[in-house]
Ligand binder design. Structure first.
Ligand code: NDP
Length: 448
């Protein structure tokens, strides 16, 4: 395969989609060897069919705000690939959302879902609507207008959305309610639902907990104990908070959080009580992370408009906010300050330059598509419970989550271990394992 020619041609056809091209380039560069091993792939132009989404739905969403003004946003659903199961992937509501970002997320989701070993294809959707500063009623009216356009493309065996940035239990509840109203059916078409109407225990925790379980598997390959390690986290949303919760349970020190206004750093690590304060601030009051710094000036420094990476002495970094939030300079600063592992909670948080730095330093580095697959895995378990009309206990779901993360780690090790050394290239491992399953399914199903 001529990787460069392929990427050049894709960039020519989709010139204004840098995040999408970035995600495809990373995968294409790491599966070249295995792709070339099977000439049949090339004969059916499998790569291009795997990289270009099956379908994109885009639409205008008009809704009325509390003052009676009519507001317009864009809505999208990218149905990337359903070779191994129904389309599955979150919905993002954030002012930065555009087609390039959703195409990269849907592409990544396809490989991630393949790694989970559950029957789920890849998709992603969203809108440039930002729930921040909106009332509950405004968010509800927006969600209803969004689903009025999208519902025809969804279904329990067709496409099953979930949450992502800006979409939590509240938004999923509103979308599910309106979907049910439009279709007159109660089906498990959304995951991340409330526990009273089909949600799974451990789903809110799953991405953060899963990332920590993946990290434990990585650390075990080098005989490193998590206890007492200083961990820098970015973000302070769903993924960041549950990552911190699990780390504190295991005796690690959590030394940072952030949001889109800035970062806080607590060099000695937060206590359990301080974690609860941050958790309540973010989940009950939808507050800003700066408020914690204002309340604790003695232990905490606030860095407005910055990310934590250059200000922490961290053994481990777990970026859990958004894409491209760790650049080459951040990576060099983390390494200079003794970072030995990076496990990504967010999707594609490290730039290609940062990944090169981590890999050149041969630290433990896990890409989001492997490390943050716990969320969609428990979404898959939610789908299974919904179709059986059963609820599993939290112990059962948590045990399955641990198994799935261990299995994803094993697949990364199988396909990513460098010959003649103990080093595991988790990027190559995850991409190759994820690719092979989808590729085999596409080969078996013919060209369409
Ligand atoms: P939330 O909306 O709950 O939290 C997102 C956090 O990141 C907030 O603190 C937010 O700050 C911050 N953030 C968002 N955008 C930016 C930005 N452009 N610059 C700086 N900070 C930003 O989302 P999640 O925790 O669910 O998602 C976080 C990441 O994890 C995303 O990359 C998502 O795709 C990924 N992920 C999520 C999964 C899930 O199950 N939820 C599953 C797998 C991956 P602010 O409040 O100021 O916007």
């Amino acid at each position: 395969m001529n990787e460069k020619a392929f990427i050049d041609e894709l960039s020519r056809r989709f010139p204004n989609e840098p995040e999408y091209i970035q995600a495809v380039e990373e995968v294409v560069n790491s599966i070249g060897d295995v792709y070339d091993k099977y000439p049949a792939f090339q004969r059916v132009n499998l790569l291009e069919r795997l990289c270009v989404p099956d379908r994109i739905v885009s639409f205008r969403v008009s809704w009325v705000d509390d003052k009676g003004n009519v507001r317009n946003n864009m809505g999208y659903r990218v149905q990337h690939n359903n070779a191994i199961g129904p389309y599955k992937g979150g919905i993002r509501f954030h002012s930065s959302v555009n087609l390039s970002i959703l195409k990269f997320l849907a592409f990544e989701q396809t490989f991630k879902n393949s790694l989970t070993t559950l029957a789920m294809g890849g998709a992603k959707g969203g809108s440039d609507f930002s729930p921040r500063g909106k009332s509950d009623m405004e968010v509800m009216r927006f969600c209803q207008a969004f689903i009025t356009e999208l519902y025809r493309n969804l279904g329990p065996d067709t496409d099953v959305p979930a949450g992502d940035i800006g979409v939590g239990a509240r938004e999923v509840g509103f979308m599910f309610g309106w979907y049910k109203k439009m279709t007159r059916e109660f089906t498990g078409t959304f995951t991340g639902k409330g526990l009273d109407f089909g949600g799974s225990l451990i789903r809110p925790e799953a991405t953060g907990y899963g990332n920590v379980y993946f990290l434990l598997n990585m650390l075990a390959t080098r005989g490193i104990d998590i206890k007492g390690k200083a961990v820098a986290i970015s973000g302070s949303g769903n993924v960041a908070l549950y990552t911190a919760e699990k780390l504190l349970q295991l005796g690690a020190k959590v030394i940072s959080f952030s949001d889109s206004d800035g970062a806080i750093v607590v060099p000695e690590g937060i206590t359990q009580e301080q974690f609860q304060e941050i958790f309540d601030l973010k989940t009950l009051y939808r507050g800003r992370i700066k408020e914690f710094a204002d309340n604790h000036p003695d232990i905490c420094t606030y860095y407005p408009h910055e990310r934590p990476w250059k200000h922490v002495r961290a053994d481990i970094a777990m970026p859990s906010a958004t894409q491209n939030e760790v650049d080459g300079d951040d990576a060099r600063a983390l390494l200079a300050n003794g970072c030995i592992a990076v496990s990504e909670g967010a999707n594609m948080p490290s730039t290609p330059d940062a990944i090169r730095e981590f890999q050149a330093a041969r630290i433990l580095y896990a890409p989001g598509k492997a490390a943050n697959a716990g969320g969609v895995s428990v979404s898959g378990l939610e789908m299974a419970q919904n179709s059986q009309k059963l609820n599993w206990s939290s112990e059962e779901v948590d045990a399955r989550l641990k198994d799935i993360m261990a299995n994803i780690h094993a697949q990364c090790e199988k396909y990513g271990k460098e010959e003649g050394s103990d080093y595991i290239d988790y990027v190559r491992g995850a991409n190759t394992a994820g690719f092979l399953k989808v590729a085999r399914a596409m080969m078996a199903q013919g060209v369409y």
